[in-house]
Design a protein. Sequence first.
Length: 660
Amino acid sequence: MSKLRATAERVVIESVTPSVDGGRFPSKAAIGDPVTVEADVFADGHDSIACVLRYRKASARAWSETPMRSLGNDRWRAEFTPFELGVWHFEIVGWVDRFDTWVAGLAKKVEAGVDVSVDLVIGAGLIEEASTRADARAAKTLASLAKEVGDETAPIADRVETAMAAETVEMVRRFRDRSRATTSEIRWPVVVDREIATYSTWYELFPRSWAQEPGEPGTFADVEARLGYVASMGFDVLYLPPIHPIGTTFRKGPNNTPSAHPDDPGVPWAIGSNEGGHTAIEPALGTIEDFRSLRDAAVEHGLELALDIAFQCSPDHPWVTEHPEWFRHRPDGSVQYAENPPKKYQDIYPLDFETEDAKGLWSALKGVFDHWIAEGIRIFRVDNPHTKSFPFWEWVIPAVREEHPDVVMLAEAFTRPAVMYRLAKAGFNQSYTYFAWRTSREELTAYTRDLAAVSHFFRPSFWPNTPDILTEELQTGGRAAFIARYVLAATLSPACGIYGPAYELRESKPLHEGSEEYHQSEKYQIRVWDLERPDSLAPLLTQVNRARKAHPALQRFGPPVFHETDNETLICFSKHAGEDVALVIVNLDHHHMQSGWVNLDLAALGVGPGEKIMLHDLLTERRYQWDGSHNFVQLDPAGIPAHVFALRGHSRSEEGFDYF
């Protein structure tokens, strides 16, 4: 038998959003962006209810609150805008509103011609009660109103008019009776990040391939000298693979061959040598002073430096001898190296997160973050976080962000969806996705909608390539594939990135047929890139990134609205932010011109019946005019196989516009 629990609280609060696992993990927001909260709030019977959203930063004592508005069918909504980084909380308070219930009943009775003299006496009492909860000035006004409404010598019509006046209702609402209010059982957490955690455009490069003298290993100074190249394309995050000393034991040669020449530079992810480990710098790249110079120069170019965090070690890492207990050993006593059959990575030792010295290991790993944060780094791309324990991430990320709430972490987790989502719940600000392998209209549409359903805690970053991923589409699709894939990445998701210069120079040769590894991969050797090649896609990337910067609609996830086309090789979608609207159309066939009719959802575009649609193509600077929802499109992969349109308002004027 259940235990008797008598209560006067009649309001129920359910189905609160945003909520992650019932409030166990925080949802995500960006500073200055409204957080929209919704809930089902209702009570038994037919009484009116009221509810408010209360919110505060976790470290604050006082709550702020704002009224929630009814959406109908017991659904309520309100917003708050966090103005500081860190963890915030919100809760919902709801109660039966006796005065609003009374006003609604009075209105019905007056309309029906029912005698309301007794009702007015009841209402006067409710107003009088409100005066006891009011400040002195308001109390005096409320007492006067109560007297007017309860004055049985005054005309009924005058008393009703006073009782139902907007001023009366609003004043009583300011001092509602919350003595029987229900407060939600959970205080829902929200992590508030910098905008760059939501909207960012990443460029990855290997410094050792950026020497200004071909054949020489590149340095931090060489990268610094060419920062203008990256910045001019409109990227805002410059990401460097591991910059630490590289081990020599079992060093890999070109194309991952098991034997290396003495001059082969090794894999940057094989971290550690007698020069140091995760807090040291590979001597060939320069000194700590050179690194600091690069960091500062990047800021001057509008770039923020991001570093790779790879929690693994080469056999030469100091931890291997100093802390053998942090590694898993085989029966013969040797350390277990990394494997992904049939691949073997003898040059990399994974850390053992089941070690008996978990406390020591975890503290040392947090120390790596602490070290680079002290060097001014606030963005980290974390290598293979899904191969480290969830409890570790659930501890270390909040610990780091408690001290430095401006830190942003990108999870490189190409793994199962549930695992990727769990890492996001643990605190990763962004995550790599399956975008690279979603190629058809149906796949792209379905995947984007799937991500929209979890976007309150999972921020997708779309990368068409990485040093590990050269998709079949990029291998075979030619120039058009590289253009189309970047347009899709940069417009479907506010967070995106490329591995360059392999991308703008259209590196497409695989290690072998069926492989997604690059031939002559930079992971294993130094490359020479001709950044001045006339066929480079750098100008096109610049146009796309410029469109992203200019249009808020492309700076938040959305979700997009997908519009119908009668040709399955054409994908069409729009995004909006306030009055800013972007419309994107891409030809997914990289070898043939495709044409067809798009059927636009005019309401989603904010276009009224009979209005002409004025379009500015941000890739070509051409302007067009469309009439109505049904319009013809033709895209040639030999040119630019995509439109990124900005809607320039709606008008009946036709002057100055081209036509398809």
